[in-house]
Design a protein. Structure first.
Lengths: 574, 729
């Protein structure tokens, strides 16, 4: 059956995944923008000669579905690739995800034979457009920034200065972007070097065979795991807050609906988005491969919670997605896309858990924060006179599970970026973080409580700043399951001179010096009947301020307030 | 006759090593570890070892030990009830961490443990900005309130971490003074004293770890110090996570330094071998029953990292923050994988052979031990392949059941995969070696080093069985195996130095640095270091102070540490630092930007008080193995035997008995190698090998506490001092 013995297979498979992980380390340690070097908003992978993903580093699930297309786009655009070539592109409608995600693709060769490709997709904090951070609410992709189809950045090792000039003329803080690009090139170089070494050691034919076998192996495992789940169909629907475009004097953003029907049969799973709303004017439109990332992420967590199946293109052969082109889950050009990349993929990921709760209730989680909760800031730093662009995402609740509470302040679903330390942020940008705190009574009540929402408050210093935000679940609270209540919605507000004004969940605005921007990432849904919550846990929740005494009574039905007193406290409460 | 003694507390045994300072000869004695009171096991071991070897307390000039109390307290969550004081708005920094989840797809992953529960995290109104300027003065009423709160609660230790205290520590010290005055009997740790470095979560975590383990370390060290003083022994040194020892008083100032104390000792022992053999590049490889650990040693110097998390999952993935408590003190740079003799082989749902991370541990142990294990382990595979003695291990002390091991591999692995038993067993070894190769790669390739330039120093019970194949995997040409692989770590304790690392944030573009400013910071740290060495009683002639600087390109987030020459600092020093940084960046990451400016982030001084062992123990003609007179293995056998049967006593008569039992003489048995298939393979007793002889593989060398496998294509020879060398033919 197999051309290689099981031990060699395991050895080479591990070497491929180690190589992808090494790429990640090289990128993080050498990149310039905090978003990459500290938050880790990027993915690395090794691909076969057809552009199928053979190994993904331990990075973001958001890129699971669309990374292969990034390499396939290069293969499609160029008849011939040569040693020393490097390609760059970011077109969401041709292999990309949204414009800030810049793909760099480097082919790997051994003695003239193409082995495959290394690709790093990294989120650049700015890719042009009218708004620093490229996160404004526009109505066409042409307004979202520099759009690069696959182009050769290096030809046989020689830099194409024309392309280079176009790129760095169109982005803010180009010196920083250059550092990021160098890091991407170095990471790819590490990946292709490792592929070359494996070819030298095991022979080209054997390596290429193993690369195929790694994907077949993932497919076999995923099919086996899917077959172990109960068969059946389940439907789920949920609405999004809106797209950030206020038309004709609207005061409120207009919600829209996503609907899915899951059909699990044997070792296959079909997700049909029939009934989903048409694409919207603002950037909440997801190309299908972006939607796919959210679905794949949820399926992997449901079918393979032990993470036995190596993530690669083989995993997803058993999954079928059906969606009408021109809807918010399968956008067509020139619909703008920037928010949808994470907001729609987050949403469909959570929704799949909601649907699967009807088929396999012990293998799902309640809705997590379900949004990347982004704040970008840009302007001139009064301390240096230089321009800056800052991009942060705030983590709130991770959903409650059938046997465990959710988690507070940790990335969920398709996201896994890190926060930026306050001290690093303030040294880099003219802001002061006034608060970074867990918010009480935001975790959905349940026998197992959802993770709490988290608030971060920034004060703008020195000069005005152009801010943009992208938040979801400000109107649709993250759902609970099995009788658990929803998490508290998110919220964005600005405060100046003692007054506070709540903002629409998406879009750009100008913040004067001294303004406070308050962003609250949503809490997560609870799981199971709150009345069944263990009283010792409830007491801990109250002592530690995750749940108020009032909510303990109202939501959890606690009748004995004294039972919630702190046992470590001598004489009186805290 | 001056003696040096080292005590290494392991999970099962406490190893006591005695070294004769004059001759370099050493012996190892093993006694069972006493988990309820580790100090008791140490005292038992010391008594036994000194009695057996006729060592008088008055002749002991050095006593060092490796402790697990700090690591255990963190792993088991049994530290002190700790309160934390932070800047207003920031008490949740400790809980919110860095916000990435540790495992991407594990639906049921646990939330990371938080050392200080939320209600014991208190805020005070104050603020220092990114330039170190006070923008909100400290509100004394908030400090009063914090003190009142702590008085009302059961709190055993206090940590304080305010924003930007690494730039301006005025507020933090003011809070500390008030707390120390209010709670004179409780330890108070300030982040500016523990770790004056940027990044509030990591600094808070390090400070909280110190407070959390401080009281436990204090009571343990006080008991131990009392006990050894009664015995007439010198005050004990404690092995630190960076591979140097520190005094008890020093340790109580910085308890986090005692993390990974034991593994550090093993790396130090391997470094000593490297130094004595004049090897520039060594990888230490320690493989036991459940884990394998690797570390890099360059030119006799160990490598440390400050990106360490304690109490989390395996630290192979330590890159992803998320499972443990970060401590930003230098910790010996260990890559650890769950791969050992007890690791269980299994077939995953995709039909692929996997090994570990589950381990059969000591109970039930491998199938061949006949103690109830049914799932095949790495040791079972080694046995089936003929690498281990088919009758009994440990020189006859531990009987094994070959048939049972064969049956288990056949049933669980060979049949389902359609392989022969030998092929299946060989597959298990290949897979476990691949996992360990990953650990070796992390400490070598990933750091930009070429393993082909390295020598592997292999120890631990299972290390020598696998070392040669593992070396092949990474193309490492040479393996050295010390005389008693099982007790090798303890040797590090008699062969190390007094060490402490100092760091100061020094945030400036290199081009704008005035040489005088740099010199002043180094001078301040060096004054502190000299005072420490003076307190430790190390003669001044043996002090070594080394400077380094952490630099990066201005917009990067991670620094590279670049050595800086001692002596006066001038413009040339700074120019040299810049050049060295670019060069190191190129070597590590494959590219450099010499036209860009260089950002200086921190300055470091490492202070070493060389001890006799490191500088003057017998030289190259008599390296560690001058420890030729080791009589440990016999004890090892007896001890292991005893433990298997739950017996505690292992000393005295059993030792005599064991010592007189001659190892089995040369014979042969069948063993399987993938190059040759089953071959008749010579089995030589290690004691019978003479220096200068070369024996080609395939060959098996039986030593009392381990087996050395010499595969085809390798040969073995005994080198000076009893080191066994394996090299590619």
């Amino acid at each position: 059956m197999r051309e290689v013995d099981p031990a060699t297979f395991e050895v080479v498979k591990n070497a491929l995944y180690c190589a992808a992980e090494e790429m990640k380390i090289v990128l993080a340690k050498t990149a310039y923008s905090p978003l990459l070097k500290i938050a880790g908003d990027y993915s690395c992978g090794l691909f076969d000669v057809r552009g199928e993903m053979v190994a993904q580093g331990p990075d973001l699930p958001i890129h699971l579905g669309s990374m292969p297309l990034a390499v396939k786009a290069v293969i499609q655009a160029f008849e011939r690739v040569e040693p020393g070539d490097v390609f760059i592109h970011n077109d969401p409608y041709f292999g990309g995800s949204h414009l800030p995600d810049v793909n760099v693709v480097t082919p790997a060769f051994h003695e003239g034979t193409l082995l495959g490709f290394a690709c790093v997709r990294a989120h650049w904090p700015d890719i042009g457009s009218a708004t620093p951070g490229s996160y404004g609410a526009t109505t066409e992709i042409y307004g979202e920034g520099l759009r690069l189809p696959p182009v050769r950045l290096y030809a046989a090792g020689v830099l194409n200065r024309d392309v280079d000039a176009i790129i760095f003329t169109n982005v803010r803080t180009p010196e920083e972007r250059r550092g990021d690009l160098r890091a991407q090139l170095a990471a790819n170089q590490r990946g292709v070097t490792r592929l070359g070494e494996l070819a030298r050691k095991h022979g080209v034919a054997r390596l290429l065979a193993i690369m195929q076998e790694v994907m077949d192996y993932s497919e076999r495992m995923m099919r086996g795991l899917l077959a172990g789940l109960p068969d059946g169909t389940a439907a789920f629907e949920d609405f999004c807050d809106g797209d950030g475009i206020l038309d004709n004097g609207d005061k409120e953003d207009r919600p829209f609906w996503i609907r899915m029907c899951v059909d699990k049969r044997g070792d296959r799973l079909t997700v049909d988005f029939a009934g989903t709303d048409a694409q919207v004017p603002g950037p909440m439109n997801a190309p299908l491969n972006v939607t796919a990332s959210g679905i794949y992420c949820a399926i992997k967590m449901i079918a393979d919670p032990g993470d036995l199946v190596p993530p690669n293109s083989g995993c997803w052969r058993a999954i079928v997605l059906v969606a009408e082109p021109g809807t918010v889950v399968s956008a067509v050009s020139p619909a703008p896309v920037v928010y949808a990349n994470h907001e729609i993929s987050h949403r469909v990921c959570d929704m799949l858990f909601g649907a699967m709760a009807q088929l396999a209730p012990e293998r799902v989680m309640a809705c997590s924060q379900g949004t990347s909760a982004i704040l970008t800031l840009g302007g001139v730093d009064h301390r240096t006179g230089g321009r800056y662009v800052s991009y942060e995402t705030i983590k709130g609740g991770f959903g409650a599970r059938p046997i465990k509470d959710g988690i507070t302040g940790v990335a969920s679903g398709i996201s896994n970026t890190m926060n930026t330390p306050i001290e690093v942020l303030e040294m880099s940008f003219p802001v002061r973080v006034e608060r970074y705190a867990i918010v009480r009574d935001t975790g959905g009540p349940g026998r197992f409580r959802g993770g709490c929402g988290v608030e971060r408050v920034w004060r703008i210093l020195g000069r005005p700043s152009t801010a943009s935000v992208c938040l979801e679940h400000t109107k649709s609270p993250p759902f609970g399951l099995a009788g658990g209540g929803p998490g508290a919605p998110g919220r964005i507000a600005v405060g100046a001179d003692g007054a506070e004004r709540e903002l629409v969940s998406k879009g750009a605005f100008t913040a004067a010096a001294g303004t406070e921007i308050r962003l609250r990432a949503p809490g997560a849904g609870g799981f199971g009947d709150p009345a069944a919550r263990d009283r010792a846990r409830l007491r801990d929740d109250v002592i530690n301020g995750y749940v108020s005494p009032a909510a303990a009574a109202a939501e959890y039905g606690n009748r004995d307030a004294d039972a919630l007193a702190c046992p470590y406290c001598r004489g009186g409460s805290a | 006759m001056p003696w040096r003694i080292g005590v290494d507390i392991g999970g099962t045994f406490t190893d006591v090593v005695l070294a004769d300072e004059a001759s370099g000869a050493a012996a190892v004695v093993k006694v069972p570890t006493t988990p309820r009171d580790f100090a008791q096991g140490v005292v038992d071991g010391l008594r036994a070892a000194m009695r057996e070897h006729g060592v008088a307390a008055a002749d002991v000039v050095w006593l060092a030990h490796a402790t697990t109390v700090v690591t255990n307290a963190l792993l088991e969550g049994k530290g002190a009830r700790t309160a934390l004081v932070t800047t207003r708005g920031c008490r949740d920094v400790l809980e919110l961490r860095r916000s990435a989840r540790a495992s991407l797809y594990d639906l049921f992953q646990d939330a990371p443990a938080v050392l200080v529960p939320r209600h014991l995290r208190l805020e005070v109104t104050e603020r220092v900005d990114a330039e170190g300027q006070v923008v909100t003065p400290l509100d004394p009423a908030d400090v009063d309130a914090a003190i009142a709160f702590i008085q009302r609660h059961e709190v055993d230790a206090i940590a304080v971490c305010l924003l930007f205290s690494f730039l301006n520590d005025r507020h933090e010290r003011a809070v500390g003074e008030r707390l120390r005055a209010a709670f004179p009997d409780r330890p108070v740790f300030l982040s500016c004293e523990v770790l004056p470095e940027i990044r509030e979560f990591e600094r808070t975590s390090t400070t909280a770890v110190c407070a959390y383990v401080g009281p436990i370390l204090q009571s343990y060290l006080a008991r131990l110090e009392g006990a050894v003083t009664v015995m007439g022994l010198p005050a004990p040194w404690v092995m630190g996570s960076s591979g140097g020892v520190f005094s008890v008083a020093e340790g109580l100032r910085m308890p986090a330094m005692a993390v990974e104390s034991g593994p550090a000792a093993g790396v130090i022992a391997a470094a000593l071998v490297g130094r004595q053999r004049g090897l520039d590049h060594v990888i230490s490889f320690d493989m036991g029953g459940t884990t394998a650990k690797a570390s890099l040693i360059e030119r006799g110097e160990i490598t440390t990292t400050s990106e360490y998390e304690v109490g989390g999952g395996g630290n192979v993935r330590r890159w992803l923050h998320g499972t443990g408590h970060p401590i930003r003190v230098p910790v010996i740079d260990l890559a650890e994988v769950s791969a050992g003799g007890g690791s269980i082989a299994w077939i995953d749902p995709g039909g692929v052979l996997r090994v570990g991370p589950e381990s059969a541990g000591a109970e039930p142990g491998p199938v061949c031990y006949g103690q109830g294990g049914t799932r095949p382990t790495v040791t079972d595979a080694d046995l089936v392949l003929g690498y281990l003695d088919p009758v009994a291990l440990l020189g006859g002390a531990l009987p094994v059941d070959l048939a049972r091991a064969r049956a288990a591999i056949e049933r669980e692995i060979a049949k389902p995969l359609g392989l022969g038993v030998l092929e299946a067993a060989a597959g298990i070894i290949d897979v476990v070696n691949a996992g360990m190769a990953g650990a070796l790669r992390i400490v070598s390739v990933e750091r930009g080093h070429d393993p082909r330039e390295f020598t592997l120093v292999a120890f631990g019970g299972a290390g020598p069985v696998h070392a040669a194949r593992l070396a092949e995997e990474l193309e490492i040409p040479r393996v050295l195996i010390p005389p008693i692989p099982g007790g090798f770590s303890a040797l590090g304790l008699v062969a190390t130095d007094v060490r402490r690392d100092y760091v100061r944030t020094f945030y400036a573009p290199l081009a704008a640095v005035a040489p005088g400013d740099l010199a002043a910071v180094y001078a301040a740290m060096e004054d502190e270091a000299r005072a420490m060495l003076r307190r430790a009683g190390v003669p001044e002639a043996r002090w070594e102070l080394a400077r380094a600087a952490d630099c990066r390109y201005p917009r990067q987030a991670y620094e590279l540490t670049v050595p800086v020459a001692g002596g006066p600092v001038d413009a040339a020093t700074l120019a040299r630092l810049g050049r060295d940084f670019h060069e190191r960046h190129r070597a590590t990451y494959g590219h450099a930007s010499p036209d860009e400016s260089v950002q200086c982030v921190s300055l470091r001084v490492s202070a070493v008080g060389r001890t006799r062992s490191a500088t003057a123990l017998p030289g190259r003609d008599k390296p560690v193995g001058g420890l030729g007179a080791i009589r440990g293995p016999q004890h090892g056998q007896a001890a292991i035997r005893g433990a298997q049967h739950g017996q505690a006593a292992i000393r005295g008569p059993q030792h005599e008995q064991a010592a007189t039992r001659a190892p089995r003489r040369d014979h042969a048995r069948e063993a399987y190698f993938k190059e040759t298939g089953v071959v008749r393979c010579a089995v030589l007793a290690r004691d019978a090998l003479a220096p200068g002889e070369r024996h080609p593989g395939p060959l098996i060398i039986a030593a009392a506490d381990t087996t050395v496998v010499v595969p085809p294509g390798w040969h073995s020879s005994i080198e000076a001092g009893g080191l066994l060398a394996l090299a590619r033919a």
